[in-house]
Design a protein around this ligand. Structure first.
Ligand code: NAP
Length: 253
């Protein structure tokens, strides 16, 4: 129970990796605030982990600000911030619309920035804090048909590194976790899109994504969640500003 007494905010905690993170952090004793758009999903996770649900649209800065105001009344201190809310859409770069670009940048990078800006200073004042940004190995390298997604995840990692230098003397750490393909709805949607485009069926599409990892499989959400929890421990205080791939060796730094 190394997180007993700590409060964690997990964005996009209603399903997938975010739900796994909420579950693992709560299992280590944290009180978890589960933020997201889809009320039934965030309420279900919050109920399962004995935490709180917080409505927030990460694409809309006003909604993020309103969520922060509500958060202050319900959980006055946030010790752990996990910026996990994310969206992925693929297109050739010359068919990537302004809307797709702005949406992915806003949800994936913009909301993480707004929450870091609001929540890290009080962590520094309190003398302890942990921030984990759910980036992607698409933040460490380029993938075809993913220019906006890759840019948003590179932005998250760049932000993580810059903040890490600025706050290095505090007892607050900030890191990025960089999964490869993870077995969630996001991957299911990619499988569907690839099958549609290639006409080779969903099994073939799924195998092609699995084949991107040297381990020839997708990562399970709880594998990512355990890395997040490790980064939230006291023992991880020297791991700072890092981008940790969790991808079966797909990208090696
Ligand atoms: P997922 O199952 O699609 O979950 C995404 C989560 O983000 C959902 O809870 C979703 O909730 C939330 N979200 C999306 N748009 C939002 C918005 N505008 N406001 C608030 N919440 C929003 O995908 P996942 O695989 O768990 O992804 C979690 C994170 O891991 C993402 O940042 C993703 O980029 C990253 N990642 C995933 C993979 C993968 O292969 N799955 C690989 C590398 C990195 P609502 O829809 O209710 O808003």
């Amino acid at each position: 129970m190394f997180l007993a007494g700590k409060t964690a905010l997990v964005t996009g905690g209603g399903r997938g990796i975010g739900r796994a993170v909420a579950t693992v952090l709560a299992g280590h004793g944290a009180r978890v605030v589960v933020a997201g758009r889809t009320l039934p999903e965030i309420e279900a996770t919050a109920h399962a982990v004995g935490g709180l649900a917080l409505r927030m649209d990460a694409a809309d800065r006003a909604s993020v600000q309103a969520a922060l105001v509500e958060l202050a009344t319900r959980a006055p201190r946030v010790d752990i911030l996990v910026n996990n809310a994310g969206v992925a859409e693929s297109a050739p770069f010359d068919r990537t619309t302004d809307e797709m670009w702005d949406w992915m940048m806003a949800v994936n990078a913009g909301s993480a920035f707004a929450l870091c800006r609001a929540l890290i200073p009080p962590m520094i004042t309190a003398g302890w804090g942990r921030v984990v940004n759910l980036a992607s190995n698409a933040g460490l390298t380029g993938y075809a048909y993913s220019s906006a997604y890759c840019a948003s995840k590179h932005a998250m990692i760049g932000m993580t590194r810059a903040i890490a230098v600025e706050i290095a003397r505090s007892n607050v750490t900030v890191n990025s976790v960089c999964p490869g393909w993870v077995n969630t709805r996001m991957a299911d949607e990619a499988v569907r899109r690839i099958a549609e485009k290639t006409g080779k069926g969903e099994d073939h599409a799924r195998r092609s994504l699995e084949g991107m990892s040297p381990q020839r499989r997708m990562v399970e959400p709880d594998e990512v969640a355990h890395v997040v929890a490790m980064l939230c421990s006291d023992q991880a205080k020297s791991i700072h500003g890092q981008s940790i791939p969790v991808d079966g060796g797909q990208v090696m730094s």
